[in-house]
Design a protein around this ligand. Structure first.
Ligand code: FAD
Ligand code: EPU
Length: 341
């Protein structure tokens, strides 16, 4: 049975810890809850915000509509009918992402271990095609089920229909705000293919003399690297990387590198280059700075933090300052990764 509340604070529902109010707030635990709720006037007449763990949100003002908190549980696994070395794992949208990763590592289902310790829920994972340490959600995604808000019908999306790209999917573009993802199915391998290409993982493996890592080793190492770099939202509010790493044409990259030879970058296809936004921001003198109640993290300039009492507007205006300063120095426009509301 769904829970419906009025005028509640969203402070506990966003990892930035921003204290704004929602006019209506409903928590759903299964698809039937969603169907029943969708028949109520409050659902039909309110602006809707679908919320998982609130770990990729910045609230800049009170929300006058209905926040729909998706808490659908359940994890099931079945052998893939197409490939005997693969399993299909289906998880409810409300499952905590890292709980699913831990389950898969324990079962020896390989593919998600590099995505260990990313905050948030399973239901949000396809939205921005979460990624870390050389793996993206698209590498393990099979399909998802979603409730169409306008029609009340459930639809299944396969890999091709999701249009995954770097921190992007159809759910952030053409279908933005139109669906509630209720469950996701992942394709995982029973024969591990270890992905340790990321420099930081290789360094730890070499340091510990681990030559044939298991998926449990990779999961543990990724978690350790993440803890060393990123602030823990339970003690300091943040939403991970605030901006995307910008992708520029090679010609533009070659111009920038002439003036800034230390620029950190990665090839992004044949004609483009991805620039490390953290490096750009640090080079503008922003790393670890405190500005009022906000600032950047001391170990990762790409992460904006709430030092306790920040308002969303304050964090947003600090992010404007970063965008302007980086644009003035490098001619590159940073795009926000975090959803602003
Ligand atoms: P929310 O913040 O609640 O929502 C995010 C967006 O998804 C919103 O637009 C929301 O409307 C939509 N949404 C949520 N659930 C659903 C649903 N069921 N159906 C439809 N739409 C939905 N991200 C990475 O990719 N890689 C990282 O390495 C990474 N590291 C992070 C580290 C920290 C410390 C933090 C705080 C965040 C990090 N993030 C990272 C960002 C965040 O973890 C991901 O974006 C995550 O997928 C957000 O999940 P959530 O459930 O909290 O989504
Ligand atoms: N760097 C700096 N200064 C900084 C931060 C980074 O010079 O302040 C340099 C690092 O030294 C490194 C490079 O930039 O050479 C890349 O840094 P890092 O490995 O920390 O990764 P990132 O590009 O900053 C991305 C994702 C993270 C993800 C990590 C690991 C984006 C926007 N961010 O960060 O995702 O965890 O790679 O794969 O793509 C998130 O999306 O919220 C997030 C945390």
């Amino acid at each position: 049975m769904y829970l419906l509340k009025e005028n509640i604070s969203l402070k506990a529902y966003n990892t930035f810890g921003i204290d704004v109010k929602a006019r209506f707030f409903a928590e759903i635990f299964n698809e039937e809850d969603l169907r029943e709720l969708s028949l109520l006037p409050v659902f039909k007449e309110s602006r809707l915000l679908v919320l998982g763990g609130g770990s990729n949100m910045l609230f800049t003002k009170d929300f006058g509509g209905l926040v729909l908190k998706v808490s659908i549980p359940g994890i099931t696994a079945a052998r893939s009918p197409e490939n005997e070395d693969q399993v299909l794992v289906t998880a409810g949208a409300g499952i905590v992402w890292n709980d699913l990763v831990n389950y898969c590592v324990e079962q020896d289902f390989a593919g998600m271990e590099n995505l260990s310790l990313i905050p948030g829920t399973v239901g949000a994972s396809p939205i921005q095609n979460i990624g870390a340490y050389g793996v993206e959600l698209k590498d393990v995604f099979h399909s998802c089920t979603a409730f169409e808000i306008a029609s009340g019908k459930l639809k299944s999306f396969d890999f091709a229909e999701c249009h995954f790209a770097y921190r992007d999917s159809i759910f952030k573009n053409e279908l933005k705000g139109q669906y509630v993802i209720t469950g996701v199915t992942f394709r995982l391998n029973t024969q591990a293919r270890i992905n340790s290409q990321y420099g930081a993982i290789q360094a730890v493996l070499a340091d510990r003399g681990i030559r044939r890592p298991t998926i449990a080793d990779i999961s543990k190492i990724v978690a350790e690297i993440r803890v060393s770099k990123l602030p823990d939202p339970s003690t300091i509010g943040n939403a991970g990387s605030f901006f995307k790493n910008p992708i520029v044409e090679k010609a533009e990259f070659e111009q920038i590198i002439k003036t800034f030879p230390d620029l950190i970058s990665y090839p992004a296809g044949k004609t483009k280059v991805k620039l490390a936004a953290g490096w750009l921001i640090e080079s503008c003198g922003f790393k670890g700075i405190v500005e009022g109640n906000t600032g950047t993290w001391k170990n990762q300039a790409l992460v904006l933090v709430n030092h306790g009492q920040a308002t969303g507007a304050e964090v947003y205006s600090f992010s404007e300052k970063i965008i302007d300063t980086v644009a003035a120095k490098f001619g590159v426009k940073l795009e926000r990764e975090v959803n602003i509301l």
